[in-house]
Ligand binder design. Structure first.
Ligand SMILES: Nc1ncnc2c1ncn2[C@@H]1O[C@H](COP(=O)(O)OP(=O)(O)OP(=O)(O)O)[C@@H](O)[C@H]1O
Length: 220
């Protein structure tokens, strides 16, 4: 039993995709500092869970609380505040390619209302150090390797000191060694920042190397 506070509590939820319901009567509790791999077969609904946790698709039924928000009642106007407390990392990085790494981070800090430039510069420096990219912040994504781009995406996810980090196959486009490095950074986010981290992966070698709780989503 964890003594940390719950960040995600799902009870009896399901998610509707097209004509069918996924994950019927699904329960999940995630606490601060937890690291959980989400695995399971293709099309089982792993990405859908993450999308529901950041309110891109609604939970169809049940009870769902995420970073203190009742997801069954959440209003559209509350979504920015919800998402400020969630860091999201995608397989394809999703950086803005016309901006430098630092500008990719700065735009997020501006969006979350950090108006003082000195404060933004300080925070950008901190997160770039965390992902070991201090000397490459001036580069644009196309001047960085895939692993380096993913480091910047993790730095972006850390900017708002999120309680929850959702990573959807973050190593899917990377070689094994780079994938290990990226996974280590996500484990650090759980251990050092006490964020709850949910990471979808198909990579068994990675789970064996960095053991943690595993949530297997079954197929029909
Ligand atoms: N936009 C959509 N409209 C309707 N059905 C969808 C949509 N997106 C996904 N689905 C269906 O929902 C189910 C779950 O998809 P999801 O992407 O969550 O699975 P997954 O477990 O992440 O799969 P994978 O391991 O392939 O990434 C699949 O059957 C998929 O075909």
């Amino acid at each position: 039993m964890s003594e940390n506070l719950p960040v995600v509590t799902l009870k009896g939820v399901s998610i509707r995709r097209g004509d069918h319901l996924l994950l019927t009567d699904f329960d999940l509790t995630v606490h601060e500092g937890d690291f959980i791999y989400i695995t399971g077969c293709v099309g089982a609904g792993k990405s859908s869970i993450l999308k529901s946790l950041y309110a891109e698709i609604p939970f169809a039924e049940g009870k769902a609380e995420v970073v203190g928000y009742d997801m069954m009642k959440i209003k559209r106007r509350h979504l920015p505040k919800l998402r400020r407390q969630i860091g999201i990392v995608f397989q394809d990085f999703q950086l803005l390619y016309n901006l430098t790494a630092e500008e990719n981070l700065d735009i997020v800090l501006r969006a979350i209302g950090v108006s003082k430039k000195a404060e933004r510069i300080k925070r950008i420096k901190e997160v770039l150090e965390r992902v070991d990219m201090s000397n490459k912040g001036y580069k644009r994504p196309h001047e960085l390797s895939g692993g380096e781009q993913q480091r910047i995406a993790i730095a972006r996810a850390l900017l708002g000191r999120p309680k929850l980090i959702l990573a959807d196959e973050p190593t899917g486009n990377l070689d094994q060694k780079t994938g290990f490095e990226i996974t280590r950074l996500l484990h650090d986010a759980a251990q050092k920042d006490h964020a709850a981290v949910l990471m979808v992966t198909h990579n068994r070698a990675l789970i064996d190397h960095f053991p943690a709780q595993e949530l297997v989503i079954g197929c029909e």
